[in-house]
Design a protein around this ligand. Structure first.
Ligand code: NAD
Length: 469
């Protein structure tokens, strides 16, 4: 494996040496080898990046929309030219199987960025309300802090929208999967964005992340990650009343009604729960099944899970890669060990490849809706099945969560839609409705504040001003 060593930070439109010589190693979770490193940035690096972003703000915000759109179009082209490298990089640093990495880890952010280039090219909307002219403006300098599970998509959802709305950005990617963000910086350099419009400072959460969250000259912090970190960032930003948008965890329900296409609902449901080895915030980790089909669903889910091939992310036969880190593997194994429900597939003793941070795809039946298994975000390939007797009971169980990010309902169209309307969650897929990268994405309750993607995502990064005349 060729090592990937990045020695510099991207600040003010140039690659610059970091303040400290400290580095962060990047591990391949399949081989368990450290194959790269990036600079461990400091608060001084963040200061420099924020100054560059502040200086660039009038330039970038002052461009005519068509020029901003054209610049993001160039960024999209430069990133598209790196699509294979992006998929390979995420395969190496996260362990996503290559086929899925190409479609989801590279393809999805490219689609989202193309959409933002198009939205950026449209003049900012203005409307008249009585004697007021209402105009939209950028919020200012945005700090973006992202996690490791969809390392480019989560970056583009913020950076694409913030830049499209005329803001400038300082990005801190996850220290576990930082390399793909360096490819974005390479693309930004090639796309010739105004110096300082986009800045990259790699580093740890407690150092670089905390410096961004608490920085007096950062107007807004956009964060994706765990609820605990989201809370810490909100506290830091509250001191200066800075705007915060949060995309946090989930514990989504897949509701399979009495009149559902059972086989499809279970198979798609298992696939969704185990996508990216279950390290997906929108994963439908609770499968709620009407009692009339319960035993059949349990049997089918167990069989589907047992059929998954685990192995080398770069082998075309692999459906499930390793978990992202040894720590994540131990955390997931802890949930399985403590579980008191009926194990019907996988578990701690199921065979997994000898090397790599693997956990076998695991299914529990007869899960107590109030138990740890049904309430906590596990972030691994663990599915909980729960029975119900009526639509009302299904809705009550689905909503019995401190999270509310995604979900699904299967059944006759009208009935499924009516249940979907009753779920307290940011998105619901009815009868396999496809993920829409331009629809608003975000959470109810402790799943977050604000929306990403498409025009709603762009609006998060705008101020609204009323001018009376
Ligand atoms: P995390 O909260 O530990 O880290 C996310 C980012 O925050 C990283 O870049 C990290 O370095 C940084 N960070 C950590 N401590 C910080 C601090 N004190 N101040 C500022 N920044 C800090 O989360 P993770 O382990 O990377 O990701 C997994 C979690 O993210 C899961 O809970 C998952 O559900 C959630 N997630 C949510 C979404 C969503 O869109 N809702 C998407 C992906 C992941």
């Amino acid at each position: 494996m060729t090592p990937v060593h990045r020695e510099q930070l991207y600040i003010g439109g140039a690659w610059v040496p970091p303040d400290s010589r400290a580095r962060i190693g990047v591990e391949n979770p399949y081989t368990e080898e450290v194959f790269g490193h990036v600079p461990a940035g400091t608060a001084e690096d963040v200061d420099l990046a924020v100054s560059a972003a502040r200086a660039a703000l009038p330039v970038w915000a002052g461009l005519p929309s068509a020029e901003r759109g054209a610049a993001l179009g160039r960024l999209h082209r430069a990133l598209t030219a790196r699509a294979d490298e992006i998929a390979r990089t995420v395969g190496l640093e996260l362990g996503t199987p290559l086929k899925i990495a190409k479609a989801v880890q590279a393809g999805l952010p490219l689609t989202v960025l193309a959409g933002y280039a198009e939205l950026a090219a449209r003049p900012w909307t203005e409307e008249s309300i009585g004697n007021s002219l209402v105009v939209h403006e950028p919020v200012g300098v945005v700090g973006a802090i992202t996690p490791w599970n969809y390392p480019l998509h989560q970056v583009i959802a913020k950076v694409g929208a913030a830049l499209a709305a005329g803001n400038t950005v300082v990005l801190k990617p996850s220290e576990m999967t930082p390399l793909v963000a360096f490819l974005l910086a390479d693309a930004a350099a090639e796309a010739d964005l105004p110096p300082g419009a986009f800045n990259l400072v790699s580093g740890t959460g407690p150092v670089v992340g905390a410096a961004i969250a608490g920085h007096r000259a950062i107007d807004m912090v956009s964060f994706t990650g765990s609820t605990a970190t989201g809370r810490a960032i909100s506290h830091a930003a509250a001191d200066r009343i800075a705007r915060v948008s949060l995309e946090l965890g989930g514990k989504s329900a897949n509701v399979i009604l009495e009149d559902a296409d059972l086989v499809k609902a279970v198979k798609v449901g298992v696939g969704n729960a185990f996508l990216n080895s279950g390290q997906t915030c929108t994963a439908w980790t609770r499968m709620l099944v009407h009692r009339s089909h319960y035993d059949e669903a349990v049997e089918l889910a167990a069989k589907t899970a047992a059929g998954y091939t685990l192995g080398d992310p770069f082998d075309a036969a692999t459906r499930l890669g390793p978990l992202a880190s040894a720590g994540q593997k131990e955390r997931v194994r802890g949930f399985i060990e403590r579980a008191t429900a009926r194990l019907v597939a996988g578990g701690l003793d199921a065979p997994v490849p000898a090397a790599g941070h693997f956990v076998a795809p695991t299914v529990f039946a007869d899960v107590d809706p109030d138990s740890e298994l049904a309430q906590e975000e596990i972030f691994g390939p663990v599915l909980s099945i729960i029975g119900f007797d009526s639509d009302d009971e299904a809705v009550a169980i689905a909503n019995n969560s401190r999270y509310g990010l995604a979900g699904a309902v299967w059944g006759s169209d009208e009935r499924a839609l009516s249940v979907a309307r009753r779920l307290r969650t940011g998105a619901v897929d009815v009868n396999g409705g496809a993920f829409n990268p331009f629809a608003p994405f975000g959470g109810y309750k402790q799943s977050g504040i604000g929306r990403e993607l498409g025009a709603y995502g762009l609006a998060e990064f705008q101020q609204v001003k009323a001018i009376q005349q």
